[in-house]
Design a protein around this ligand. Structure first.
Ligand code: NAI
Ligand code: 2YC
Ligand code: MG
Length: 265
């Protein structure tokens, strides 16, 4: 399980600002309307309790604060409990939280106490980073609009596959785990194994791996949109500039917002 570090989170304010701007440019939608349209939900004034959890690897410095910061820039009513773990849960309920947000090393969840809806960060992250590619307006002359290259088909990537299938995309997958690739391409004829030797270019690339520089240069064309929750970065600054890549990459906030919007009424 790849855990976030304080370093990953130290520029979350600039990361969120830059990525929100890019998403609004790509989708031609206001970011809040974009989240509302994906889930067909609206934030009313649900109170959100963030509970620090000390299990396993323990508290990640600035993790809860980064979540609070994210929710506040989306004008949501949120607080971090003073207590951790069970005591923090008790505190959140006594403070009339409608939604609970908490994470141990394996699961980062959002739970809506009123409608009993629950979301998982890996699913919500796969969803939002795919939807950004699906709703990106690209110049007409790109024939392969409904094609995507997905690099990393693990916990997050597998959810992305489902979203692209639902949107009738042709999906090329690459993962260093050959067995996983074999299993997945047998699932659906719309899923093909990516072969770099064919030198195929992609205008839309999704990446979710815990390794850096996983996107092959040969797959890039000018203005390729790379949507990647993966940490560390999947494409070097050099390649990003060389191909004028539209890069959507942020450590925690977009996935968190996706979790929240997925459990509202
Ligand atoms: P995972 O371990 O379930 O899946 C990663 C996949 O990438 C595996 O199938 C692995 O075989 C593959 N892989 C690893 N190195 C590769 C390489 N060099 N080339 C091709 N494939 C390679 O991990 P998970 O849970 O799907 O998370 C993926 C990444 O996304 C992690 O770095 C995690 O920290 C990050 N993440 C980021 C979030 C955000 O909001 N930005 C939210 C959740 C996860
Ligand atoms: O500070 C705390 O409450 C810690 N228990 C939080 C642990 C989060 C561990 N999970 C992760 O770092 C990754 C993130 C990308 C979000 C999901 N998993
Ligand atoms: Mg994120």
């Amino acid at each position: 399980m790849a855990l976030l570090t304080k370093v990953d989170l130290e520029k979350i304010d600039k990361d969120l600002e830059n990525n929100i701007k890019k998403i609004e440019e790509l989708t031609k939608m206001n970011i809040i309307s974009f989240f509302e349209s994906i889930y067909n939900t609206k934030y009313k004034k649900e109170k959100i309790g963030i509970i620090p959890i000390t299990s396993g690897n323990g508290i990640i410095d600035t993790f809860s604060e980064s979540i609070l910061y994210t929710l506040q820039i989306f004008n949501m009513d949120a607080f971090i409990t003073n207590q951790t773990d069970v005591s923090g849960y008790y505190e959140a309920i006594k403070k009339n939280a409608d939604i609970i947000l908490m994470a141990d090393d394996l699961t980062y969840l959002a739970f809506n106490l009123n409608n009993k809806k629950i979301s998982h960060n890996q699913q919500a992250t796969g969803r939002i980073y795919s939807e950004i590619l699906i709703h990106s307006k690209i110049k007409k002359d790109h024939e392969n609009e409904k094609e995507v290259l997905i690099i990393g088909v693990g916990n997050v990537g597998k959810h992305a596959i489902q979203i692209f299938l639902k949107n009738d995309y042709t999906i090329y997958i690459f993962d260093k785990n050959e067995n996983e690739v074999k299993k997945i391409i047998n699932q659906n004829i719309k899923i093909k194994k990516y072969n770099p030797k064919l030198e195929k270019k992609f205008i839309k690339i999704f990446e979710a791996t815990p390794e850096r520089d996983t996107i092959p240069e040969i797959a890039l064309t000018s203005d390729t949109i790379v949507s990647t929750p993966g940490i560390p970065r999947a494409i070097s600054k050099n390649l990003e500039n060389k191909y004028n890549i539209k890069l959507i990459m942020e450590p925690l906030g977009l996935g968190t917002m996706s979790m929240i919007y997925s459990i509202l009424k």
